[in-house]
Design a binder for this molecule. Structure first.
Ligand code: HMG
Ligand code: MG
Length: 306
């Protein structure tokens, strides 16, 4: 039996470009330009889009327009628009803006957690122990992120058992899925296999997603390991936008076009139209006014027939 004998028919893609990408742009992108990007992603068939963050505007000024942006976006049948929420103040803003889904986030390493949200990991868990049930009681869905699973910019190696315990805690609070983050983009395939083996010994594969930054070009290789081990949801950012402002050295997420190109050519459907997605990548580049690194974005498409 080879690695890829049991591939799925479909995979779910969770688009993070408008949030993870634009939070990291040196120049703040205006609300109208953000709307253009999100509309282009939806037009391409993206049904799960993390569009912004209801975080402190002192910390992430690039996303200070979250309330306005969310209000300007119409809810659409079959499309889930989500946003990061670090605390109850963020949840209240998300609710007021009409969101049906939010995402909570913490790190498997103490120092990154503190630098990112100004709390210890235990304090963050205590905040989410209030936030998640409140969100659920308002009929919202809550996704959870565990960051720095593959390594921390401040502490180096991270014990995957810490990430597992936090993922279990967030699931127990009511998160429907946990996205495991390689925040720095340092992970490699054998390490990914080791991490996922541990995770899957305790958590069902359909509760897990992978969020791989492509800083060192390893993201697709890690995704292949995830696919072979049963992971069916992957985060990606259009044209490779992205980073984490509180993780020095972290660059863009796995580019959505690269992921979709690989999956479609492997016979795995995503519900996304790759040509329209490529157009959305052009919109991303136009709104940030700089070249973006996605490989398919730069090289162009090859027809399935050719
Ligand atoms: P703090 O300074 O400790 O907060 O920040 P505070 O509660 O002491 O409040 C200080 C000020 O912030 C007050 O305003 C609050 O009102 C305001 P002031 O009275 O000084 O004018 N404030 C807020 N304003 C609006 N919305 C809110 C909010 N909360 C407080 N929700 C806090 C703590 C968590 C707020 C802050 O650290 C923060 O916003 N951090 C967010 C950092 C962030 O967004 N990082 C990037 C996302 S994580 C990531 O990229 C990783 C990921 O992609 C996965 C991966 O790659 O691994 C998800
Ligand atoms: Mg990220």
């Amino acid at each position: 039996m080879t690695l890829l004998d049991h591939l799925p028919d479909t995979v779910s893609i969770y688009e993070v470009g408008p949030r993870d990408g634009l939070q990291n742009e040196a120049a703040t992108v205006g609300t109208v330009r953000k709307l253009r990007l999100i509309e282009a992603l939806i037009a391409a068939g993206c049904t799960r889009v993390e569009m912004t963050s209801f975080v402190s505007p002192h910390w992430i000024p690039q996303l200070a327009d979250a309330d306005n942006l969310a209000q300007l976006l119409e809810a659409r049948e079959g499309v889930s628009l989500s946003a990061l929420c670090p605390n109850l103040q963020g949840l209240e803003r998300a609710r007021a803006a009409g969101l049906r889904e939010v995402a909570v986030f913490l790190s498997a390493s103490e120092t990154h957690n503190r630098r990112n949200i100004n709390k210890s990991v235990d304090e963050a868990v205590a905040v989410f122990a209030e936030l998640v049930p409140q969100a659920l009681s308002h009929g919202m869905r809550v996704r959870g992120y565990v960051s720095t699973v593959w390594g921390c910019p401040y502490e180096g190696d991270v014990d995957p058992r810490r990430a597992l315990a936090l993922a279990q805690r967030l699931l127990a609070l009511g998160c429907y899925e946990i996205s495991l983050g390689d925040t720095l983009g340092v992970g490699t395939p054998v390490q990914t296999q080791r991490i996922l083996k541990l995770m899957l010994s305790e958590i069902a594969a359909d509760k897990l997603a992978m969020h791989m930054h492509d800083t060192r070009g390893q993201a697709l290789a890690n995704v292949l390991i995830g696919l072979a081990m049963g992971i069916r949801t992957f985060d990606a950012a259009i044209a490779g936008l992205g980073g984490c402002p509180y993780a020095p050295g972290a660059s863009g997420n796995l580019a959505t076009e690269d992921l979709v190109y690989m999956l479609h050519h492997m016979g795995i459907s995503t519900g996304i139209d790759l040509e329209k997605l490529w157009d959305a990548g052009r919109v991303a580049e136009a709104i940030v006014r700089r070249e973006l690194p996605g490989r398919v974005h730069r090289a162009g498409l090859r027809s399935l027939a050719g």
